[in-house]
Write a protein that binds this ligand. Structure first.
Ligand SMILES: [Fe+2]
Ligand SMILES: [Fe+2]
Length: 175
């Protein structure tokens, strides 16, 4: 395992791992943006209660709020599961194979921990979401903070791991 390869070649397993992680990360990137924008929209609409429209995007405002509650909660659960798998399975395999990755993996794990705290607040805020402007602003703040951390975390994780994936002859799932 881990025979040296030139910078231009990558193992079959490596290319597959890169593709798999991208496929998980892309919706995590895209969906948080959608949620942030939707909460911004709701926040704009609820800022002035005298001009609350009855519909947003063909949904009643109550339906829109309900949809956001469900989607924010689902996003938080999906993200938590992804981080748990990385912490418990992927990172240990990577540091065992490449001890020099330890400092970067430590940073990634610290980011997971910080994100975990933001996710807890985002979950609580999302589940408390109503047409009341204060609840919308709270959820919007939490989701925006989560979005900021996630974009940079995902970029750093890919930049850190992909060069090492490229050198691996065996998928991290198999140790
Ligand atoms: Fe991660
Ligand atoms: Fe990840």
């Amino acid at each position: 395992m881990n025979a040296p390869h030139s910078h231009n070649t990558a193992t079959v397993a490596g290319l597959r791992m890169i593709e798999q992680l991208r496929q998980v990360h892309e919706p995590l990137r895209a969906d948080i943006e959608v949620l942030e924008n939707a909460l911004q929209q709701l926040s704009d609409e609820t800022a002035d209660l005298t001009r609350i429209p009855e519909m947003i995007d063909n949904l009643t405002i109550a339906d829109f709020v309900w949809q956001l509650r469900v989607n924010c909660d689902f996003y938080c659960n999906t993200l938590t599961l992804h981080h748990t798998i990385e912490d418990q399975r992927m990172f240990p395999v990577m540091t065992r194979n490449f001890p020099e990755l330890a400092p970067a993996v430590e940073r990634l794990q610290a980011e997971h921990k910080l994100v975990g705290e933001i996710v807890s607040e985002a979950k609580r805020a999302s589940l408390a979401l109503s047409t009341e402007s204060s609840t919308v602003n709270r959820a919007h703040a939490a989701i925006s903070e989560l979005a900021d951390h996630m974009q940079s975390h995902l970029d750093f994780e890919e930049a850190t791991l992909f060069p090492y994936f490229r050198r691996m002859d065996r998928d991290w799932h198999y140790g």
